[in-house]
Ligand binder design. Structure first.
Ligand SMILES: Cc1cc2nc3c(=O)[nH]c(=O)nc-3n(C[C@H](O)[C@H](O)[C@H](O)COP(=O)(O)OP(=O)(O)OC[C@H]3O[C@@H](n4cnc5c(N)ncnc54)[C@H](O)[C@@H]3O)c2cc1C
Length: 448
């Protein structure tokens, strides 16, 4: 079923970097000043120039703080300029009922409500900052891969609607073709408030807003350690150091061995993406008649969407392997895409790349301050479990507000404890086994 591979695909480089929302290359490296121009002291150092770090930088700089954002590669090198660009409320995986059991009703409702607030805030933020990032509020269709999932989707959506005003529509299998050119699903649901954007252009817009507010962005500049000092902290980089009063670590799925406290609490999971060659307009409007974003109820959570120009399909999902080798995830993604859209069997894949998302053991993002060791008092924000376009921007801002001592920075997730697991130090050796198991269950569901 898999077509002959394209002879000249662009692998290991996100499509987004070459085609910004205006069709031009993004040139993300140019957003950063050279590490040679790093200041010797600032109020705040932020480690990681993704959505979390840049959103925090924007908030801190607008409050009058001097800020240096440093990234070991370049702005957007991590997830933030390589993701699928799908936006939605990203409700907690356990849903309202599951959270209720674990945390009690008040906390559960507050966490769920914050997810919706975060989506609405993101859209408003993009408009207010005038960020040109191909924002399409075209909704998301989530397909049911088994008949009973259709009922579950309806029940969950009803309770979320009562609490948050979630705007949804159930789509039975008989009218599914109005939303997706596929017979694969047993009906589905449309979340009307969801949509998609160009993740790289959004990153660039956010970085430019932070620069305009006075923040400095420096790369390549890897933080190799942090010590306490008379100023507060000494942030050590490969060749020099910066003195500062506060530090925020915003490294998410790219948290390296320099931060063992955080690595023990984060499970990096590889997610891969493929992009098709341009499709004919007839084929494109058959596949996605309403230009929705897409997902489904399978355990390996595929996500897909049209590119901002409406010409190609971008298809992503979990990679079984922890390595960044396209040969380890492209065939699996292509097979799954063809299972959903057999009409794409002659279509070539032109781009493929992957990145590491950050899972946490309680499936929730975390922000707060480290309370022991050399990093005592250092702030962190991370753990978006694969849904971070809105959440990283929102919680990055919240972290900055907490650094400023502003109570607007309070969030329901302050109540959650950021826990690791005994014997886990950041190497997810068990993941391939778990993912294969999920894949087996998915295949069993697909046959029903
Ligand atoms: C393939 C893929 C698809 C995704 N699809 C979606 C989607 O469709 N919708 C959605 O909502 N979310 C999606 N996500 C998740 C989303 O992109 C992330 O949650 C979000 O971008 C996280 O932003 P961040 O700023 O916290 O981290 P990142 O953007 O990952 O930034 C972390 C940065 O820290 C830097 N860093 C690490 N260590 C150091 C150090 N020691 N010194 C200096 N710098 C350091 C890294 O170089 C990196 O640039 C996807 C992620 C991936 C990988």
């Amino acid at each position: 079923m898999t077509p002959e591979p394209n002879q000249n695909p662009i692998f290991n480089r996100p499509y987004w970097w070459d085609f910004g929302s205006n069709g031009q290359p993004l040139q993300l490296k140019q957003l950063a000043a050279s590490n040679l121009t790093l200041p010797s002291s600032v109020d705040c150092v932020i480690v990681g120039a993704g959505y979390s770090g840049l959103s925090a930088a924007l908030t801190l700089a607008r409050a009058g703080r001097s800020v240096a954002v440093v990234d070991s590669q370049h702005p957007g090198y991590g997830c933030s300029a390589r993701n699928g660009g799908l936006i939605g409320p990203s409700f907690h995986k356990l849903g309202l009922a599951g959270l209720n059991k674990q945390l009690g009703r008040t906390m559960a409702e507050a966490i769920i409500q914050e997810s919706m607030d975060c989506l609405l805030w993101l859209k408003q933020f993009i408009r207010e900052e005038n960020i040109d990032c191909g924002l399409h509020e075209t909704g998301r269709f989530r397909g049911a891969v088994a008949p009973k999932h259709y009922e579950n989707l309806a029940q969950q959506a009803e309770s979320l609607h009562r609490l948050t005003g979630l705007n949804f529509e159930m789509v039975p299998k008989s009218s599914q073709h109005q939303h997706i050119g596929s017979d694969f699903y047993h009906g589905g649901i449309v979340y009307h408030q969801d949509g998609h954007l160009h993740p790289g252009s959004y990153l660039k817009g956010l970085a430019n807003a932070a620069l305009r507010a006075g923040a400095g962005i420096y790369a390549p500049a890897q933080v190799t350690g942090i010590n306490t000092s008379t100023a507060g902290y000494e942030v050590k980089l490969t060749e020099q150091s910066i003195q500062c009063g506060q530090v925020l670590i915003a490294t998410n799925g790219y948290t390296d061995k320099n931060f063992p406290y955080l690595r023990r609490r984060i499970v990096p999971i590889r997610s891969g993406i493929i992009v098709t060659e341009p499709l004919s307009s007839a084929l494109m409007s058959e596949v996605t008649p309403k230009l929705h974003g897409f997902g489904d109820t399978s355990r390996l959570v595929p996500y897909y969407r049209p590119t901002p120009d409406g010409q190609r399909l971008l298809f992503g999902g979990r990679a079984f392997d922890t390595s960044d080798q396209p040969s380890r995830y492209v065939p699996d993604l292509q097979r799954l895409m063809l299972r959903i859209f057999p009409q794409l069997r002659a279509t070539q894949i032109t781009h493929a790349w992957s990145g590491t998302v950050a899972y946490t053991f309680d499936h929730a993002p975390h922000l707060g301050q480290i309370d022991k060791g050399k990093l005592d008092g250092v702030f962190y924000v991370m753990g978006y479990c694969g849904s971070g376009v809105g959440r990283a921007s929102w919680f990055g801002r919240k972290a900055a507000l907490q650094m400023l001592g502003d109570t607007e920075g309070n969030t329901p997730i302050d109540q959650l404890t950021f826990k690791g697991r005994p014997l886990y130090s950041g190497n997810p050796w068990f993941l391939p086994l778990i993912l294969r198991w999920h894949s087996l269950i998915d295949r069993f569901q697909y046959r029903r």
